[in-house]
Design a protein around this ligand. Structure first.
Ligand code: BES
Ligand code: MN
Ligand code: ZN
Length: 506
């Protein structure tokens, strides 16, 4: 979606639709008060009469706006002034964006950058407006004979009252578009069915991203022969029961001035379908295991955002892709496999396959001598029991890294919650026959899964994001959410500031 930034009297703004935020008290925001004055108190009368209930996320479309430059006026409720925090603001933005895309217009103007929010500047607000617009425009109708109706909306004009904030707003809007597009790219990969989105399909996506990157992204795809030669038997063991060959996908982005600067690495779980293997899952909702590559999808989505934002950072993106199927050649419970690191694993449950592909990918990441490694995985059902569908699970071997990720999640409003990774949990993985088992029993399933990964992440600051509860919606709204592309992109952008701070220190 395109955008522009304008500082003008909102009453004079000539646009197809002007969307304005309204608190549920009688006091209007300064820009909205100007509109009110110019329209014979149209807005305040609607609020006072109760014709517009300005509860958070309520909207009212006025097809005429006498006295104003705009053709239509969209009132958007922000609720109570004292309760208007990030969550209310974002809910109102989503409501505004979904109302706007339904209109037969190609351009709309929004006056949300003046809403007072603690610790949020115009750049942040502009970013969120654009992100909401991009997300609202998303359609997934590739497989529908009748395409879903397309919105005609193509441009948001952000209306500012302070002209000195225009530049920040523009920068924020640019990031918002990039993140929104990254989120939508992740949603599409997630939504694609397992018969289309295979490990080879994911590898092709990496090649396409590299081909369109003007040389800024390079890819290396390791096929099964290469993985065999390397010794990545744990990753390979997961795909043994599948007709679809496994892949380790590596993408590199070299944006730092210093080409030797240590990269930040993202590693995504790319199980393109998880039947559970020989430890077969029950049938109910098994279709949703096509979403078991949403960690990988979030890595691709972040690559998409990074290519648009062009941060001055060195980055490596790794996707461990396999399909987990039962078959005569499949790994069986009790089988012992050799990981790339050299540790042996007793596979007590073939449904705990994510950690088996990730452990080899983490070992592979060591060769880049990373500044940090973050893996993203739909790893455990237990994470849904513990945190539900709002927070992503966060576990880390480095408390500073964990805090950086929590911060990024807060800024992006794509939040995570820190769980303990104490040594005491490690013994749940003891095996009588190998170096470790791939499951740790029922207690603290999310933590023991992370404990397993931690054994392969001892050479760098590492964090693990369990997105089992946040990567997709079930039920009527079934579909991938694109989380945690917002968090990951923010985490990486914040690292660029780290470098600037370090440089200015010396
Ligand atoms: N992909 C699943 C985790 C999952 C299940 C995510 C349901 C979202 C919804 C993962 O591969 C898995 O099957 N994990 C097992 C681990 C267990 C066998 C230790 C689980 O959570 O049941
Ligand atoms: Mn599984
Ligand atoms: Zn899985």
């Amino acid at each position: 979606m395109e955008f522009s930034v304008h500082t003008a009297n909102p009453a004079k703004a000539e646009t197809a639709c002007l969307a304005v935020p309204v608190f549920n008290d009688s006091e209007l925001l300064p820009a909205v008060a100007k509109l009110d004055d110019a329209s014979e108190r149209l807005i305040s009368q609607l609020v006072e009469s109760g014709d517009f209930d300005a509860a958070v996320g309520n909207t009212l479309m006025l097809p005429f706006a006498p006295g104003l430059g705009t053709e239509r006026l969209l009132l958007v409720g922000l609720g109570a002034r004292e309760k208007c925090k990030d969550a209310a603001f974002l809910k109102a933005l989503d409501a505004a964006a979904s109302a706007l895309i339904k209109l037969p217009i190609d351009e709309a103007c929004l006056a949300f950058t003046d809403v007072p929010l603690e610790d949020r500047d115009s750049a942040w607000k502009a970013r969120k407006v654009m992100e909401a617009g991009e997300r609202a425009l998303y359609r997934f109708d590739t497989f529908k004979s009748q395409p879903l109706p397309r919105a005609s909306l193509q441009r948001f004009t952000l209306l500012l009252s302070e002209s000195d904030e225009a530049e920040q707003a523009r920068e924020g809007a640019h990031i918002g578009v990039a993140v929104g597009q990254g989120i939508n790219a992740a949603r599409t990969l997630g939504n694609l069915p397992g018969n289309i989105c295979t490990p080879r399909y994911l590898a092709e996506q990496a090649e396409k991203l590299a081909a369109g990157s003007e040389g800024r992204l390079t890819t290396e795809i390791l096929d099964e022969d290469a993985l065999e030669t390397l010794g990545a038997h744990s990753l390979l063991s997961v795909g043994h029961g599948s007709r679809e060959p496994s892949r380790l996908i590596v993408m590199r982005y070299q944006g730092a001035e210093d080409t030797t600067e240590a990269p930040h690495v993202l590693v995504g779980k790319g199980i393109t379908f998880d039947t559970g293997g020989i430890s077969l899952k029950p049938g109910e909702a098994m279709d949703e295991m096509k979403f078991d590559m949403c960690g990988a999808a979030s890595v691709f989505g972040t690559v998409t955002a990074v290519l648009a934002i062009k941060p001055r950072l060195n980055l490596v993106f790794i996707v461990a892709a396999a399909e987990n199927m039962p078959d005569g050649a499949a790994t069986k419970p009790g089988d012992i496999i050799h990981t790339l690191k050299g540790l042996t694993v007793e596979v007590l449950n073939t449904d705990a396959e994510g950690r088996l592909v990730l452990c080899d990918a983490l070992t592979y990441a060591e060769r880049f001598e990373p500044a940090s490694v973050v893996d993203i995985a739909t790893l455990t059902g237990a994470c849904i029991i513990g945190l539900g569908h709002h927070a992503t699970g966060l576990l880390s071997n480095d408390d500073d890294l964990a805090l950086d990720i929590l911060d990024a999640g807060d800024t992006a409003w794509d939040r995570a919650w820190h769980l303990p990774l104490w040594d005491e949990y490690q013994e749940q993985l003891d095996s009588n026959f190998a170096d470790l088992a791939n499951i740790g029993g029922r207690p603290a399933g999310t933590i023991t899964a992370a404990c397993f990964l931690s054994r392969f992440a001892d050479h760098f600051p590492w964090a693990h994001l369990d997105i089992a509860g946040t990567a997709w919606h079930s039920g009527k709204q079934k579909g991938a959410t694109g989380r945690p592309v917002g968090l990951l992109t923010q985490y990486l952008l914040d690292r660029e500031t780290d470098v600037q701070v370090e440089n200015s220190d010396d």
